[in-house]
Design a protein around this ligand. Structure first.
Ligand code: HEM
Ligand code: ISQ
Length: 154
């Protein structure tokens, strides 16, 4: 299935809205991920020794933002090229970070659910099945690229 201009626009539209509320949405994103998989807390350096999710941690925010921005970039590439292309060095870095931290395939579905819930919350009444489909597709393709790299390095 190819990725349409409309789908690309839905991903971009959501991110434009979400950008305005990064602190709250970053917190919400981590809360969702940890609600689904509490053990994932131990994987993140800035969470593992904390009692609760820190309310104003720059690392937490920047990590959350990276996941959304990269998914947004994946959507643009999917529409332009029909596939997600992550530059070689970035992909190698992503593969090795996740491998080293002990991330497994199954975690990607958890983070996906966290991404979708956060977009839903972030965009409010603009949320739709079409928007969900567009984010899902872009995330899946990006995740597949990272997982392939992790397998190469394992
Ligand atoms: C680190 C992106 C999926 C757990 C990172 C970093 C990026 C990233 C860019 C490096 C941040 C930095 O050092 O500047 C992504 C993307 C994903 C994804 C785009 C999916 C498409 C996952 C999954 C897990 C995970 C499924 C498992 C829960 C982690 C952990 C770190 C990390 C534990 C290291 C955090 C630390 O510094 O302690 N990720 N990630 N990631 N990611 Fe992911
Ligand atoms: C995975 N990788 C990097 C950052 C993240 C933030 C929240 C949930 C999962 C993540």
């Amino acid at each position: 299935m190819s990725f349409s201009e409309e789908q690309e626009a839905l991903v971009k539209e959501a991110w434009e809205i979400m950008k305005e509320d990064i602190p709250a949405l970053s917190l919400y994103f981590f809360t969702q991920v940890l609600e689904i998989a509490p053990a994932a807390k131990g994987l993140f350096s800035f969470l593992k020794d904390a009692e609760e999710i820190p309310q104003d941690n720059p690392k937490l925010k920047s990590h959350a933002v990276k996941v959304f921005k990269m998914t947004c970039e994946a959507a643009i590439q999917l529409r332009e090229k029909g596939e997600v292309v992550v530059s070689g060095s970035t992909l190698k870095y992503l593969g090795s970070v996740h491998l080293q931290k002990g991330v497994i395939d199954a975690h990607f579905a958890v983070v996906k659910e966290g991404v979708l819930r956060t977009v839903e919350k972030g965009v409010g009444e603009k949320w739709s099945e079409e928007m969900k489909g567009a984010w899902s597709e872009a995330y899946d393709q990006l995740a597949a690229a990272i997982i392939t790299e992790m397998k190469k390095e394992a």
